[in-house]
Ligand binder design. Sequence first.
Ligand code: SAM
Ligand code: SF4
Length: 322
Amino acid sequence: MTDQFGREINYLRISITDRCNLRCFYCMPQQPEHLCHADILSYEEIVRIARLAASLGITKIRITGGEPLVRKDCAELIAMLKRISGIQTVALTTNGTLLEQALPELCKAGLDAVNISIDTMQEAVWHRITGYDKSMPNWLDLLHQCICNGLNTKVNAVLLKETRTEWTALAALAERLSVDVRFIEQMPIGQGKSSETENAQAVLQELRKQCPDLHPIQICDAGSPARYYAGTGLKGRIGLITPISHQFCSRCNRIRLTSTGQLKPCLSYGCSTDLRTLLRSGASDEALLSAMRDCIYQKPEQHCFAAKTDKAERQTMNRIGG
Ligand code: SAM
Ligand code: SF4
């Protein structure tokens, strides 16, 4: 369906847990207060919402978190979502630490695409960013495995001052493999308010020193927030996601379901529609659909990151799903 500004909304991001094995400093507090099990939607509740969302025109679903792979039986949920009529793509966003082990069952479940968050290629820096004490995955191997399993594979790197010297090394992943590497400006949500983002335009300038013909290209995915660039010698593309320096709200095609069943029409605002209460009070499909329609229709025209407003989102990113 379209919202009040004529944007077609066809993409639903679903956060299935607030929990994560990492503590990326821009996303999650070191000692978070976790939601309890009863607060979180069951897979059956999620599937019911997804089925209704499909009837409103949602064709693409992304599973996110927290870290989605810390929740038991994530692959089963993916298989259930894949069976919903009208859902063409089910994708996953993950920090990659548990992916290798889960890959066979995720692929068997019919997963179409994966975005892996790789902010750095250096193990010591990764430990500092994530606060994690186990080994950093071998990113090249992991990406290679995803591609070999037929997954549409992308890399997401948040632009941090700690990794300013690594933009070229991260972009080189798109030289070695057929993956898109997307640089994302850090958003002032939750922990992300405590430091400033690097500007994505600076990435382009830096990358053009190695790859002078890096040039913008048109892509078919009209709702993608990324602007893509191709260059000689690159198998994949370079993407810039610039919520801060270059707003893309007029093309936004997404809504979000948090792990507690709040339907959020915009990442930056705190407003949401409480579908969990409706679900658990025995609401009919018609009542749920009506609440979802209203929420989608009222999607704000643009984000409020630059504005000082008491309507801004106060939750941390791990609770919303990015
Ligand atoms: N744990 C998974 C992961 O890290 O990919 C999925 C959840 S995480 C919240 C989803 C995405 O949000 C990740 O790519 C992460 O880098 C990004 N993210 C988290 N906090 C952010 C912030 N303040 N600004 C921009 N992106 C952020
Ligand atoms: Fe966990 Fe992902 Fe947040 Fe990092 S970005 S703390 S991996 S949820």
